[in-house]
Write a protein that binds this ligand. Structure first.
Ligand code: SAM
Length: 534
């Protein structure tokens, strides 16, 4: 599968490309045409298994997996979730890249697809919590279990403690899956352990595993399923942005919720009102370009298919809109997106550039991601796109000094602000990633500031609130120069949000902007706006 990570930043570009809202977000264009049938045929019975007329008729609506590959007695949705977990664990794959094609290949649709998605993504997000609970139910360390057995236990625990699946079904279906995939002996173990898990309600489990932790931060990290170093970094980031560190629990909880699918109506290319004419699409809270999708596949909308609209987190939209709106004296003709792949923000900037008679250069270091940028820009008028090219952004400032009026540096980062979007990423990242990334971020910011003309504007953006990747990088780079001043980013962002939301938007007291999932409902995007002075 082409689902392995080759991304230096481990990012999908902040914007939710390739991602899904999780719950029930998998009815595709085809499925929408079959909505009635899906409703009638794809309900799940009290065991959480599929039932309905088609099943009764013996039709193969459950799965189009070849009979030889099918294992008797296993439920396709649970099996799909299990296979995703194995890919993620064994092949370093990204769940949101593995799951959709797997569902398509196996013909798993509608409610079954929603069930498989919630099971796979939810289990991955809450893995830390479940491992702490499972450790209390086993007489050996978890790392002595076969990894597939541990994954089956995690899946069963998620069904028992977080999904409305009856206990007996959660246990017996998972045991059946374990028997088919890991053998009869381990199925017995799975049976015994899941019965122990099922005996205690979630709140009691959380109290118990919290008590096992050495301190309150570790307790919160375990119960809310985050590595301790990430919980600590997020707590520090709240404090460093003038917020109450006591918000940490709300923030960690927000990371555990599947994000809603947000669309962007690219200005001049798609009309938000036209998209909102569909009763499943609603204006979002802050950005005038942003719309929330209740259910269904974004690709069902023509505007999304042809690139006039797209899937993009509202925070990503706000920071791109803010760069375009930042005050500027003199010419406003050449814009640069220094790290553009896969192109979500480039497409929004390109649409805005077209409206303003400006031209965009989109740069990206990885050739295959440059191609994604080209695709993302497909609907942007050609005269607004000067170039889409592959190159190291750190060289641009030297190669093209002082030639751009506006520069976006959407830096490669840990992605700690988008954990809800990438279910497994919190378990992959390590503190060691920070050293590499912050060095790269400094080099890119220095280059962006060299590439912008005196009087021009640079937006430094990350989808991480980590202080080392945000305030510290900016302070370090700015301190070494005498040609940079800060722009009041909250004022600029307030200017781009919907007029009726301006009073309500909480942008803090600092000159930069840090958005938060638990406050704004966006990814935790950071924005600093800088002006080059002569
Ligand atoms: C956070 S993503 C950008 C997301 C993009 N702005 C969007 O909205 O779709 C960062 C990008 O920077 C790229 N990158 C990493 N190192 C780079 C470098 N030295 N020069 C240019 N791009 C780089 C990564 O490949 C990745 O595509």
């Amino acid at each position: 599968m082409s689902t392995r990570s080759d991304r230096p930043d481990g990012s999908d570009g902040h914007s939710g490309h390739g991602g899904h809202g999780g719950h029930g977000g998998h009815g595709g264009a085809q499925d929408r045409g079959r909505r009635r049938d899906a409703h009638h045929d794809e309900r799940r019975d009290p065991r959480g298994r599929q039932r309905g007329a088609a099943r009764a008729r013996g039709e193969q609506v459950r799965s189009n997996v070849a009979p030889s590959e099918r294992r008797k007695g296993t439920d396709p949705a649970r099996t799909a979730a299990f296979d995703v977990l194995r890919e993620v664990e064994g092949s370093d794959a990204y769940a949101n890249l593995v799951l959709p094609p797997l569902l398509r290949e196996r013909g798993i649709r509608g409610r079954d697809a929603g069930f498989a998605t919630e099971l796979a993504y939810g289990t991955l997000r809450l893995r830390g919590r479940y491992d702490a609970i499972l450790a209390r139910c086993l007489d050996r360390p978890l790392d002595r279990l076969d990894p597939p057995v541990l994954d089956a236990l995690r899946l069963g625990t998620h069904q028992l403690l977080a999904m409305r699946v009856p206990q007996h079904a959660a246990v017996s279906e998972t045991v059946g899956l374990a028997r088919a995939r890991t053998g009869a002996g381990s199925a017995q173990l799975v049976n015994a352990v899941l019965r122990r898990v099922a005996r205690t309600p979630l709140d009691d489990w959380l109290a118990q595993v919290g008590q096992d932790a050495p301190d309150p931060l570790a307790a919160l990290a375990t119960t809310q399923s985050h590595p301790v170093w990430i919980a600590r970094a997020l707590r520090d980031a709240l404090a460093g942005n003038g917020r109450d560190p006591g918000e940490l629990e709300a923030l960690l909880r927000a990371d555990n919720d599947a994000p809603r699918v947000t669309l962007v109506a690219r200005p001049g290319l798609a009309d938000p009102d036209d998209l909102a004419a569909d009763d499943r699409v609603h204006p979002a809270r802050w950005a005038p370009t942003a719309l929330l999708l209740d259910t269904g596949d974004p690709a069902a909308y023509g505007a999304v298919r042809d690139g006039r609209a797209g899937v993009q987190d509202e925070g990503s939209q706000l920071v791109a809109l803010a760069l375009a709106a930042a005050p500027l004296d003199g010419p406003d003709a050449r814009w640069l997106d220094l790290c553009a792949g896969p192109g979500g923000k480039a497409a929004l900037l390109g649409a805005l550039a077209a409206q303003r008679g400006a031209r965009l250069v989109a740069n990206e270091v990885q050739p295959h991601r440059t191609r994604l940028v080209e695709k993302a820009l497909a609907a942007v008028p050609a005269e607004a796109v000067e170039a889409v090219r592959t190159g190291d952004g750190r060289a641009v400032g030297q190669d093209e000094p002082g030639v751009y009026d506006r520069v976006l540096l959407d830096a490669p980062c840990t992605g700690l602000g988008a954990l809800r979007r990438r279910p497994e990423s919190r378990w992959r990242r390590t503190p060691a990633d920070l050293a590499t990334l912050t060095g790269l971020q400094r080099g890119l910011l220095a280059s962006a500031l060299d590439a912008v003309r005196p009087g021009g504007v640079v937006a430094y953006v990350t989808c991480s609130p980590h202080l080392a990747e945000t305030q510290v990088v900016v302070d370090d780079v700015v301190r070494r120069r005498d040609d940079v001043e800060r722009i009041d980013a909250p004022e600029v962002v307030r200017g781009v949000v919907r007029p009726e939301a301006r009073e309500a938007v909480d942008l803090g007291e600092r000159g930069d902007v840090q958005l938060w999932p638990h406050v704004h409902g966006t990814d935790a995007m950071h924005l600093t706006l800088l002006r080059r002075v002569s």
